[in-house]
Design a protein around this ligand. Structure first.
Ligand code: ZN
Length: 62
């Protein structure tokens, strides 16, 4: 999936979608993880989970 969102901090378009919860099929996600298109947010979902993480500055935003 190609996104054109920009980091609110550094305006970078190099960012990953944050996946919350445990992925059902890790094999399918390996490629995307490798390319830093997605990152795993962890298994616990809280009330203000950000959806995006900048690969350049590490900022997370929704
Ligand atoms: Zn950034």
């Amino acid at each position: 999936m190609v996104t054109k969102r920009k980091c609110p901090n550094c305006q970078s378009t190099n960012h990953a979608k944050i996946l919350w919860g445990l992925p059902a099929n890790m094999k399918e996600l390996e490629g995307e993880l490798e390319r830093k298109e997605i990152v795993l947010g962890g298994c616990c979902v809280s009330w203000d989970d950000p959806k995006w993480k900048c690969n350049d500055c590490g900022t997370r935003w929704n």
